[in-house]
Design a protein around this ligand. Structure first.
Ligand SMILES: [Zn+2]
Length: 265
């Protein structure tokens, strides 16, 4: 089980690193209506959330640059209105790769640390077997609106709120709430592929991820729809099971570590 999780984490990193060079011409976008006026777009990279209404479109994350035309075409299939704002859940390239293209017409909004990490580039990874380099992003790709705790975009009759949680998947994570539509986009603080990759080199921690999720879950309506960073639309029970899995895995690792230190001493 744990071996599977590790393999999956490696597969995801391979995705993160290789996808920019990969041929994405054959990838097809899948559009799912989640609830209210919120849609989910799947293609390559992280899931995109989209609030669609009379005022236009607000998207959460933008996958990779080569996917931008396909994303735009998929959105055109829902409405002729323009993209007004883009919110990044965190700095990873499979969620921000389209920034420079979308920012030609719509400002990118993100936590301060997303801008910092995109601007500086550097090494991400789990301080174990997983490590990847990010080049400093072009100025055009940097979020031009940043915040340190939360920000709300009032469009489409919805108070779309991006709320920062320190030290989960990275140190710049935001969870995005669409209260009227009863949808939450959790970025990579919640994924459905197994034990998550945690970017320790970018300030992430498993404890932080658990406490963020434990903070969020009790505040949400029982029938809320969850858009994970990767994977299908989920519900609160899926998130609860995920928290239990994180805690169990953490306990197993800690037990093994303390046994190892007993053996050494
Ligand atoms: Zn990520």
């Amino acid at each position: 089980m744990r071996k599977t999780a590790v393999v999956l984490a490696f597969a995801l990193i391979a995705c993160l690193v290789a996808a920019q060079d990969e041929d994405m011409s054959k990838v097809q976008m899948k559009v799912t209506k989640v609830s209210g006026n919120v849609y989910m777009l799947e293609g390559a990279g992280g899931n995109i959330g989209a609030s669609v209404g009379d005022d236009g479109i607000v998207i959460v994350d933008d996958q990779y640059a080569p996917m931008a035309d396909k994303i735009k075409a998929a959105l055109k299939g829902i409405t002729d209105k323009p993209v007004r704002f883009v919110i990044n859940t965190h700095y990873h390239g499979d969620h921000t790769g389209g920034n420079a293209i979308f920012q030609q017409t719509a400002p990118i909004i993100a936590h301060d640390n997303v801008r910092k990490r995109l601007e500086q580039g550097g090494t991400g990874g789990n301080k174990g077997g997983v490590s990847f380099e990010s080049k400093p992003a072009s100025k055009k790709a940097l979020p031009i609106i940043t915040f340190d705790h939360d920000v709300t975009v009032h469009l489409n009759g919805e108070d779309i709120r991006a709320l920062h949680f320190p030290s989960g998947h990275t140190d710049g994570d935001s969870v995005i709430f669409f209260p009227k539509s009863n949808v939450v986009h959790m970025g990579d603080d919640f994924v459905t592929y197994g034990f998550p990759f945690i970017d320790l080199s970018a300030g992430g921690s498993v404890e932080g991820m658990i406490s963020a999720l434990e903070d969020i879950v009790p505040k949400l309506p029982a029938d809320v729809k969850i858009i994970p960073g990767h994977g299908p639309v989920s519900n609160l029970d899926d998130v609860r099971r995920y928290i239990t899995m994180l805690k169990d895995t953490k306990a197993v690792v800690e037990k093994a570590l303390s046994r190892a230190s007993l053996l050494i001493s």
